[in-house]
Design a protein around this ligand. Structure first.
Ligand code: ZN
Length: 156
């Protein structure tokens, strides 16, 4: 299946991470939303993002590899690629762009945004969003973190 996805990640500390060719970027602790697309094998892509062992290829790979970064939620939907940049623009209204991140192939300012909360993603993502992976409880008090999207699959 092809589609777009948004990963919500939590950074528990302020960190400086080398993001490939972008170089060192300072990230303050908090929540971030990243939008991407996979033109085939969407679920495989999502699983890849949740895996710590991989070769760094996309900008997001470098950030997810940082020791204080963790994916806490994911939203995905079947869609063509144009939805990716449309969602990025919407995220830009809600959050602060990390400039040039994840948007080498388009004209967006960014595909990564620092956000305050992510409840709005329920409505922002084109419906139906078919995956959601969310760790209950407050950030920093996580137990039994699921390791796969399918662990937490639920009807949206
Ligand atoms: Zn874009």
């Amino acid at each position: 299946m092809r589609g777009v996805y948004v990963l919500v990640l939590s950074l528990s500390r302020n960190v400086v991470v080398k993001i490939g060719a972008l170089g060192n970027i300072r990230f303050s602790k908090g929540l971030y939303a990243y939008v991407g697309s996979a033109q085939k094998n969407l679920e495989k892509r999502l699983m890849r993002h949740l895996s710590k062992v991989k070769r760094n290829f996309w900008h997001i790979d470098y950030l997810l590899e940082a020791s204080h970064a963790r994916v806490i939620a994911g939203f995905a939907t079947e869609s063509d690629k144009s939805a990716e940049c449309r969602i990025a623009r919407e995220l830009g209204k809600k959050g602060l762009a990390i400039e040039h991140f994840g948007c080498s192939d388009c004209n967006c300012l960014s595909h990564l945004f620092k956000i305050d909360e992510f409840d709005f993603l329920e409505e922002l993502m084109p419906s139906p969003s078919f995956l959601r992976h969310e760790v209950p409880g407050r950030i920093g008090q996580v137990k039994n973190e699921p390791t796969t999207f399918s662990d937490c699959r639920q009807r949206v």
